[in-house]
Design a protein around this ligand. Structure first.
Ligand code: MG
Length: 261
């Protein structure tokens, strides 16, 4: 897509140039000088035609990959050893972190994505600070959008719910009450690296929390470390990972889908 748009723009420029050249250009000092188009058609184009996407009653686009719809863990494995997921599969179409079973991750690798995921922390309050309803959505297994029960629960703001963990404080705290479902809609553009392994373009993350913009095209500094600075070791497409915070945080997830960008 990143190559597609410039080519599309180039084609409109070329087509404008062709029309404008006839009517509105002049040669000055050996150079063609473009004048402002005077007809609407000169700045209109008809290709490429965007693909048609339909949206189901559940809000899922027709071109999305379903990662979890409540029926099974077919798209997931244990992040620890790639064995079968040990988390709880609930009758209401959700899953819940099984304490100390470890993180889970998608079998598929992903680059840049649009990700929809719903989560809730337990209604029954347990623990405090980072130990209350803590989980996380890791893009490419490295970049965490924090999941935390922050309702009447103070913690460091760059680690609160909706933060890019220890890198970017969310613009707002938009959580529903503990025990109720939240949505995250995440736009993630993967970082790019050259052949020598040097980062040539930072990744970016945009997050809507229950429809509220909380991360606005934030440049990722590197991996979201618990201790230490962000790291920028080169990598390619990688799984989406969900965190077991190992403190009986009992966070649940449901209705997870992704569109590759
Ligand atoms: Mg976390």
């Amino acid at each position: 897509m990143k190559f597609f748009v410039p080519i599309a723009l180039l084609s409109v420029l070329v087509s404008c140039q062709q029309k404008v050249t006839v009517e509105n250009s002049e040669i000055k000092e050996g150079k063609t000088v473009q004048e402002e188009p005077t007809k609407p058609e000169a700045t209109e184009f008809y290709e490429p035609v965007p693909p048609k996407i339909t949206v189901g009653e559940n809000g899922m686009p027709s071109d999305a990959i379903i990662l979890f719809n409540g029926s099974d863990f077919d798209e997931w494995v244990s992040a620890r050893d790639s064995t079968a997921v040990q988390w709880h599969l609930n009758e209401d179409g959700s899953m819940t972190v099984k304490d100390k079973a470890g993180d889970i991750q998608t079998k598929r690798n992903f680059g840049s994505v649009q990700l929809h995921i719903e989560w809730k922390s337990p209604a029954e309050i347990q623990g405090e600070g980072q130990s209350r309803g803590n989980s996380g959505v890791f893009l490419q297994s490295r970049y965490e959008v924090q999941v935390l029960d922050n309702n009447d629960n103070k913690t460091y703001v760059n680690g609160q719910v909706g933060s890019i963990y220890k890198q970017s404080v969310p613009l707002a705290m938009a959580s529903r009450p503990s025990g109720e479902w939240n949505t995250y809609d995440i736009l993630f553009h993967a970082p790019e690296f050259d052949e020598s392994g040097t980062k040539t373009r930072s990744g970016t993350i945009t997050v809507l929390h229950n429809g509220v913009l909380i991360q606005d095209h934030v440049e990722i500094e590197g991996t979201t470390e618990y201790i230490g600075w962000p790291k920028n070791k080169a990598h390619g497409p990688a799984p989406i990972k969900l965190q077991d915070h190992q403190d009986n945080s009992r966070v649940s997830y449901r209705n997870i889908w992704v569109r590759e960008l």
